[in-house]
Write a protein that binds this ligand. Structure first.
Ligand code: TEU
Length: 588
């Protein structure tokens, strides 16, 4: 491979690249180093990771049996989706006992052993705080709904029916999209932003807040290292329940995320709980915008550490059509704008996250890469490179390190997810096109990201000896840990290298981010760091071979730090990129 040297004063690069980025906020955030900024977070959906007792559902003992695998990844933090007692209307996001372990997942002793095993391996454990709502099978709700004078009545939001139907509130999961459920026991409606089996907790009640804070301290006293906070922006409500204010223009989600006392409650949570422990907190930022993000995560506000936004994962859907991808796919220029915009939001204060997959999302290689057989691996590695070279804490979803892709169910009967099943019913009731809905769900449905983890080529991918709760992707015979551990060029081994790359180059954590060539529709290129310590990242997001001109002002001084192909070609400052090629290289 020819080495290419061209040096033009660096100030020209900086000047030119600022032309690419209108915001002045390109100063690197090196002021405030924190362990949770430098961490790589690995998310595990316990239900699908490893089943130890043959009931077809993953469990804590299964995770314990795979702690050395998790350690081998090189990650620092594990985020576990909810493990608490639950009837599983929404797979654990409907909690019936915040201090109990879901029976399918095991016992508190299993949890203690899991936490000990993780800490012994230097891995921190973050649990999932689901406190905007509980299960309707929680004792609090059973008491609350039993009478209007019950001491727990005001743990939830009730509207007495004699006042008429309350103002419209939209529900994510209701078959009628109606967030008010009539309950004849006390002739009143209760609020549920999600399913009817997930009644919203009343944070306006200080007794409820104390219950939540006590519960959080219970888990922190057991030694966990943080919480991911489920739709935490939604917790405060205007309990007069007015019609949706006109300024929201029908956007209930943003309205939900701007309740009157939201930040009072987060400050109280910080004071009563978070400030007492060396822990991390991350908001699931549904409804959060670049205008409101700082309110959650600026250090001097003493609320939360970081948040994840939805602008990226919601990009490329047809407006007004439920999670329906644009026919021609998403536009890379728009994708780059979103992630560059959110980088600049946190460039000086606060801190962000970067993710493309989680339990609410399809597999990233299907949604953002290309899961055709000839491109699945290289495009998976390219996306992994993106996630591990941006200025934010990476949240990496289990199975993406293998290049797992969407299972693409054909029938509604194959789905387990309440969101898909209830939305299907809603569309059917309206006489709308259920086939189009199912076609869209093949790409965007949440269950695509929840199929069992693929350990090896034995039955059910080694996930369970029983009948798996959700079908296993048939490609497990080749896409699995056993095969990929043995293959030095596998997605799995690439992921491990990329994690080490980030650990060995702190400018990939804190360094300035400058977007290059912003209007290029195939290449996502950016630099990290500045001056004498700068790295160039070049990602070909297309299935085409692309020649890319290295911007004047860059000198490629070393061979790539990482490359998802065996080599790359320079022709006098023009790099010839293969389909989905990713190159990370030090420059000066
Ligand atoms: O998700 C909140 C949320 O916004 C989801 O409804 C998600 O974005 C959905 O796919 C939108 O179409 C959290 C949890 O991550 C999710 O798993 C739960 O179902 C939900 O809250 C209720 O707890």
């Amino acid at each position: 491979m020819k080495k290419y040297f061209l040096s033009i004063p660096i100030f020209m690069l900086f000047f030119m690249s600022c032309a690419n980025k209108p915001t002045p906020q390109n100063v690197s955030d090196s002021a405030n180093h924190q362990w949770w900024k430098e961490a790589v977070v690995y998310q595990i959906y316990p239900r699908s990771f490893k089943d130890s007792d043959g009931d077809g559902v993953g469990d804590l003992k299964g995770i314990i049996s795979k702690l050395d695998y998790i350690k081998s990844l090189g990650i620092d933090v594990v985020w576990l989706n909810p493990i608490f007692s639950s009837p599983n209307a929404d797979n654990g996001y409907d909690i019936s006992d915040y201090k109990g372990i879901m029976k399918e997942f095991g016992t508190m002793q299993d949890f203690d052993a899991l936490l000990k095993g993780m800490h012994e391996r230097g891995i921190k454990l973050v649990l999932d705080l689901v406190a905007n709502h509980s299960s309707n099978e929680h004792e609090w709700f059973k008491q609350s709904r039993s009478s209007r004078t019950n001491p727990y009545r005001d743990y939830y939001h009730w509207w007495p029916a004699e006042k008429g139907k309350p103002a419209k509130r939209w529900s994510f999961f209701d078959v009628n999209a109606d967030a008010w459920m009539y309950d004849s026991t006390t002739n009143a409606y209760y609020l549920h932003y999600f399913s009817r089996r997930q009644p919203d907790l009343n944070w306006e009640n200080p007794k409820l807040r104390k219950e939540i804070f006590d519960m959080m301290n219970f888990w922190f006293d057991k030694g966990i290292d943080g919480f991911r906070m489920d739709v935490i922006p939604f917790i405060s409500k205007d309990t007069s329940f007015p019609e949706l204010p006109k300024e929201y223009n029908g956007d209930f989600v943003t309205y939900y995320a701007n309740g009157p006392h939201l930040h009072d409650y987060l400050k109280e949570m910080n004071k009563e709980v978070l400030s007492k422990h060396n822990v991390m907190s991350v908001a699931e930022g549904a409804g959060v915008t670049i205008e409101t993000a700082h309110n959650f995560v600026d250090e001097d506000r003493h609320e939360l550490n970081m948040l994840y936004h939805f602008d990226g994962v919601n990009y490329g859907y047809v407006p007004g059509k439920f999670k329906t991808p644009e026919p021609e796919g998403y536009k890379l220029v728009g994708f780059k704008e979103i992630y560059s915009k959110w980088d600049s939001v946190f460039a000086i204060k606060g801190w962000g996250t970067i993710y493309l997959g989680n339990h609410d999302q399809p597999r990233m290689v299907t949604r953002w890469g290309n899961d055709a057989p000839q491109f699945r691996e290289v495009s998976s590695k390219m996306l992994t490179t993106f996630l591990l070279t941006m200025r934010a804490t990476p949240y990496y979803y289990f199975g993406d390190e293998l290049g797992m892709n969407n299972i693409k169910f054909d029938k509604i009967e194959d789905y387990n997810d309440i969101e898909t099943i209830n939305h299907y019913q809603l569309i059917k009731n309206k006489g709308e096109d259920v086939k189009a809905f199912l076609d869209a769900q093949k790409i965007s449905g949440r269950d695509n990201g929840r199929t069992p983890f693929q350990w090896d080529a034995t039955a059910n991918a080694g996930f369970t000896t029983g009948k798996p709760w959700l079908k296993v992707n048939p490609n497990y015979t080749t896409v699995n840990v056993a095969a990929e551990e043995a293959d030095t060029s596998s997605c799995l081994n690439y992921f491990k290298k990329a994690v080490q790359l980030r650990k060995n180059n702190k400018i990939l954590v804190y360094g300035k981010y400058i977007l290059l060539d912003k209007y290029n529709e195939k290449i996502y290129a950016y630099t990290r760091g500045d001056g004498n310590d700068m790295i160039l990242v070049i990602l070909n997001f297309s299935k085409d071979k692309v020649d890319w001109h290295i911007p004047s002002g860059l000198s490629i001084v070393e061979t790539p730090l990482i490359n998802n192909y065996h080599s790359f070609v320079n022709n006098n400052g023009i790099i010839s990129l293969q389909p989905y090629q990713a190159i990370v290289i030090k420059v000066k």
